[in-house]
Structure formats: structure tokens, C-alpha cells
Design a protein around this ligand. Structure first.
Ligand SMILES: [Fe+2]
Length: 258
């Protein structure tokens, strides 16, 4: 069995790092290390051996802890082929479909998910029956998606969402690169007011809640492109909506200015 420990870093960017580990084998991998000493403390507490770092992409707030962890533990650093020369300490590159960790019947599979940047991977926790969780980096956030103005393309992000993320099962856990709940829910309420489920959810939400894709389908305007009330509201805001893609692009544009 593969277990997951989210580590929230109280930085201005509200970063998440994650430990992916097996108690049985004693192996642990870290997704997007930010605060290396904090990560080492957790690894020691569990008595695990850090085998590697999985970087979702090349931005510094996702690779901050790479070199310190590598020096301390001699672990390997994994990332996208396009991130060569951009990710500190990169040892091995990963491609779509690679299995980067497996224990018994569970595995972590690599997805190539461009859009936020062109060196962006997602890590997919699977068993033979279903997808259990996804480490989405800066592709998908709680009630939102990543921006595209630091080396990305919003049309490509839409394609990634359509070809990959929209097909995930409702029960799939979402492990994003940052906790942007607060701002994203406020934006969601702006573009789709009077949404009863979202309002109730926000009132009862616990800090740093790990969400599911099922919840995201109800909460995130980026998943709710069919919503009549959302489309009406965008039109009311002066936007021209033609198709599904235009809803997504318009939402991202408005979120950039939010
Ligand atoms: Fe990023």
C-alpha cells in the first residue's frame, strides 16, 4: 500500500509538499519539496529512507528543497525532459506512462500535463481498479487551475484538462501544489453566485482540506463549463462565450485579473 502525507508550508505562496511512502518497504519519495528541514523531520519521524524527489515542474517554489535534500540523503531528483537545466540537481527524466514507484498492486504513474509550463508532470496514484489520487502541481488547484504566464499556454492547459483531468473518477483525491482554497472559492462565487453547495462547503471547510475530483466538479468553475448560471454570469460581465474552450479561457483571463 502507498500512503500519502501532505506537508503544508506556511510560506506566502502556501506551498504543499507531499511524502509518498510505503511503511512495508520503508521507501519514501517527496513531491515538490519546499522546506527541506521540515521534510527531513517528517521522514525521520516515520523512520523512512528518501529514495527520490518528484518535481512536477521547474518553478523555484516547487524545487526549493531539492539540493538540500539531495545532499543530506543522496536521493535522486526526477522531472520532465524539458526541465533539463532548469530543475536543480535533476538526475533522471520522466515521460508519459512511466511508473516511478510501485508497491504491491499500487503504483505512481507519470502523466505529461503541459499548460502551466511545458515541463509539467502530474503523478497519478493508482491501483488496478481505479485512480486513487493525483499530484497536480500547478495544473489543477482546489476550485481553480494554474496560471499560464510563467512559461505556459492557456489553450494547452485546456487540452490537458480535457484529455486527462476531466476523466478522473469522483473519488480521486486531489493533491495540488498550493492551498489556494480561499481566493479560488471567492473567485468562484464571483463568477457563479448563489451556488448553494459551494456556500455550504465554504462554511464547513477545514483548513488545508484534501479534496476529491467529485467535489471539484461541483466547486470549481473550471469544471462547470456547462453551467447555465455560469455562462449567463460571464455574458453579464461583458464576455463573449462561444464554446466550452471559450468558457475556460475567459475564466482563466478573469482569474488573472482577480
Ligand atoms: Fe508553478
Amino acid at each position: 500500500m502507498i500512503e500519502v502525507l501532505p506537508i503544508f508550508t506556511n510560506s506566502p505562496l502556501r506551498n504543499y509538499s507531499y511524502l509518498i511512502y510505503s511503511q512495508r518497504t520503508g521507501e519514501v519519495y517527496c513531491v515538490d519539496p519546499y522546506n527541506a528541514p521540515l521534510i527531513i523531520t517528517h521522514i525521520k519521524k516515520f523512520g523512512l529512507k528518501l529514495k527520490g524527489i518528484f518535481n512536477t515542474h521547474e518553478h523555484g517554489d516547487h524545487t526549493e528543497g531539492n539540493l538540500e535534500l539531495k545532499e543530506e540523503t543522496k536521493c535522486l531528483v526526477y522531472g520532465h525532459t524539458n526541465a533539463k537545466g532548469k530543475i536543480p540537481g535533476l538526475d533522471k527524466t520522466l515521460e508519459e506512462g512511466d511508473i516511478c514507484f510501485s508497491v504491491e498492486e499500487e503504483s505512481i504513474e507519470v502523466w505529461d500535463t503541459p499548460g502551466h509550463t511545458f515541463s509539467h508532470l502530474s503523478f497519478v496514484h493508482k491501483n488496478p481498479k481505479t485512480v486513487l489520487g493525483i499530484f497536480s502541481g500547478d495544473t489543477l488547484f482546489n476550485a481553480g487551475v494554474g496560471n499560464c504566464f510563467r512559461g505556459g499556454d492557456v489553450n494547452v492547459l485546456y487540452d490537458t484538462m480535457e484529455s486527462k483531468y476531466v476523466n478522473l473518477p469522483d473519488s480521486c483525491l486531489l493533491y495540488p501544489g498550493h492551498d489556494y482554497w480561499e481566493n479560488n472559492l471567492a473567485f468562484a462565487a464571483h463568477v457563479e453566485p448563489n451556488h448553494t453547495f459551494r456556500e455550504t462547503f465554504q462554511k464547513t471547510r477545514k483548513d488545508h482540506l484534501i479534496s476529491t475530483i467529485g467535489w471539484e466538479r461541483q466547486l470549481s468553475p473550471f469544471f462547470r463549463r456547462d453551467s447555465i448560471s455560469l455562462k449567463n454570469r460571464l455574458t453579464e460581465l461583458g464576455e463573449t462565450i462561444t464554446d466550452d474552450r471559450s468558457v475556460f479561457l475567459t475564466l482563466r483571463k478573469l482569474r488573472d485579473r482577480w
